[in-house]
Design a protein around this ligand. Sequence first.
Ligand code: C2E
Ligand code: MG
Ligand code: MG
Ligand code: MG
Length: 284
Amino acid sequence: QAKSQGKNQFSFYTEKMKINTHNLIKAEEDLSQALQEHEFELYFQPQFNLKTNHVLGAEALIRWNHPEKGLIFPDEFIPLAETTGQIVELGYWVLENSIQYLASRKQEGRPDILLHINLSSKQLSDPHFVTLVQDLLAQYHVPATSLGFEVTETSILEDVTLARSLLQTFKDMGICIAIDDFGTGYSSLSQLKNLPVDLVKIDRSFVMDLEKDPDDREIVEAIIAMAHKLNIKVLAEGIETREQWTMLAAFECDLGQGFYVSKAVIAEEFNQGQPIVHQDESLP
Ligand code: C2E
Ligand code: MG
Ligand code: MG
Ligand code: MG
């Protein structure tokens, strides 16, 4: 199992390689083989309540344990899988494995968590998707309230009408609906009121310079205020410093995740994590 987690230096699928038909076919074969050979693995990045410091759940993030290239991060193969359509199969793998993980936690008597997974727009437009989700939850005896879906503004905007009714169906089942990378797309805060959303995830790009950039501070405060008026919770992603954490908590941001507390880790490591992140004296 790949343990090292530094972003890999080589970028053999996306940057150096021009996407042409030949390469695409090769990449498609590699991805199918990787699925067959079980080379994918889920990592879990804790998500915290910024007021109580409790871990309330995690985001499941996929990695590829490549036999020769080592650990490959999703930015290098998710866009490709979207191009080839294999994201539907890969997304199913993520869904099933996440639900399996939730079932195993239940069996081991571990505390309940809310596990968020990332959905791509191709999955949203798959007509079987709702049934797939319902069947898997039933099969593993996992309550829908343990599951969260992260979708980006961009993927919703591909077909707003479809997305709205689908997300409503999932929300009615009890699944937490989160808008990922909020602020980077073309949607506006006002569009939120027309969507069945439980959680908005403020993109890392607004959190990164929070200490230095008064504009980012204004934007973040505005997102939090507006979301709260609409009864939507807010999570800040990419928190890397104590200062950012403190500022976000002061802004009444509900939840957070980021390297300051933890990167994404393998299941065994996540299972050993503390239910409370830190006491004030022992901040990392
Ligand atoms: P995302 O959903 O916005 O996930 C957050 C990304 O930010 C993750 O990168 C995470 O490791 C990284 N991150 C978290 N905290 C920090 C921090 O404090 N600083 C910095 N610099 N980065 C931080 P990762 O795992 O490489 O994933 C990248 C993207 O790939 C994800 O962005 C998501 O869009 C996509 N992705 C990952 N897993 C899946 C999946 O199972 N299905 C789909 N469709 N997409 C996935
Ligand atoms: Mg996400
Ligand atoms: Mg995100
Ligand atoms: Mg992001």
